[in-house]
Design a protein around this ligand. Structure first.
Ligand code: APR
Length: 251
C-alpha cells in the first residue's frame, strides 16, 4: 500500500488539472449510509432500490408518502463534512482542481467549502424540491415543514403537481448541461481522482473511460473493488477520510 500511496501522491502532485468524481463513500464518515457497501441502503433493503425509481414515485402515492417520511428522518440534515470533503477543498485551494463531479445529493462538498461553481451535482440535490409538473424549484425545508405539520405528500404550491426532491432517480435522465460539463471536465484533466464510488451507475461511471481515453491517469480510492480498477493507474483500497489527506498533501 505504501508504494501505491506514493505513486498516487506523485501523480497528483505533478497534475496541473485534477478532476474529481465522488460517490457515497465520501459521506459515510459523515453518518450518511452509502447504497452498495456492506451497510448500504440497497444492500440492507433491495426492495428500497426498486421503490426509488422515478416511475414508482410518480405513480404510487404510498411510495411518495414513504419517501417523505424517509426524507424527514434522513441523516443528511445533521451531517457535517468530513476529512475527505476537507481534503478536496485543499486541492481546490491549491489551484489544481478542474472540477468536482459528485454523485452525492447531500451538498457536503459545498458545506466543506468547495466552490459551488466547481461542484457538478450529477444526481442533483436533496436540499431542494422540484415539481414534476411545472418544474418549480424550492427549498426542501419548506416542504419538510409542511410534512411536519401533517401533510403526508405535499403538492406543489404553485400548480398542485407532485413534488419530488431535485434529485435524479432511476428512470430519470440527467440534466444534459450537467452531463456535458462533467464530460468536458473528464476530458480536460491530467488526473481523474475517483473517491468512494462503486462505479456501477451510468453515465457517471462512464466518465472514467472518458478521462482514460483522453489520456488522463485514473486514481481510484475506494473501500471495495470497482469494475474500473483495471483501468486505473493506481487503486488505493481503504477509507477516503484517511487516504485523501495523505495523497493530496494535507496529511
Ligand atoms: N472510504 C472509501 N470508500 C468507502 C467508504 C469510505 N469511508 N465508505 C464506503 N465506501 C465505498 C463502498 O465500499 C462502495 O464501494 O464507497 C462505495 C459507494 O458505492 P455506492 O454505495 O454504490 O455509492 P455510489 O457509487 O455513489 O452510487 C452511485 O447510485 O443509488 C444510486 O444515485 C445513487 O448516486 C448514487 C449512485
Amino acid at each position: 500500500m505504501q508504494e501505491q500511496l506514493e505513486r498516487a501522491a506523485a501523480l497528483l502532485a505533478r497534475a496541473r488539472r485534477v478532476t474529481v468524481l465522488t460517490g457515497a463513500g465520501v459521506s459515510t464518515d459523515s453518518g450518511i449510509p452509502d447504497f452498495r457497501g456492506p451497510q448500504g441502503v440497497w444492500t440492507r433493503n433491495p426492495e428500497a432500490e426498486r421503490l426509488s425509481s422515478y416511475q414508482a414515485y410518480r405513480d404510487d402515492p404510498e411510495v411518495r408518502r414513504e419517501s417523505w417520511r424517509q426524507r424527514a428522518a434522513h441523516p443528511v440534515w445533521s451531517a457535517r463534512p468530513g476529512p475527505a470533503h476537507e481534503a478536496l477543498v485543499a486541492l481546490e485551494r491549491s489551484g489544481r482542481l478542474r472540477a468536482l463531479l459528485t454523485q452525492n445529493i447531500d451538498e457536503l462538498h459545498q458545506a466543506a467549502g468547495s466552490a459551488p461553481e466547481r461542484v457538478v451535482e450529477l444526481h442533483g440535490t436533496v436540499h431542494r424540491t422540484r415539481c414534476l409538473s411545472c418544474g418549480a424549484l424550492a427549498p426542501m425545508s419548506e416542504a419538510l415543514d409542511r410534512v411536519a405539520a401533517g401533510e403526508e405528500d405535499p403538492p406543489c404550491p404553485d400548480c398542485g403537481g407532485i413534488l419530488k426532491s431535485a434529485t435524479i432517480s432511476f428512470g430519470q435522465a440527467l440534466d444534459l448541461d450537467v452531463l456535458r460539463r462533467a464530460q468536458d471536465a473528464a476530458q480536460d484533466c491530467d488526473v481523474l481522482l475517483v473517491v468512494g464510488s462503486s462505479l456501477g451507475v451510468h453515465p457517471a461511471a462512464g466518465l472514467v473511460d472518458v478521462a482514460a481515453a483522453a489520456g488522463a491517469d485514473v486514481v481510484i480510492v475506494n473501500a471495495e473493488p470497482t469494475p474500473y480498477d483495471d483501468v486505473a493507474t493506481v487503486v488505493l483500497r481503504g477509507g477516503a477520510g484517511e487516504l485523501l489527506p495523505r495523497i493530496l498533501g494535507g496529511g
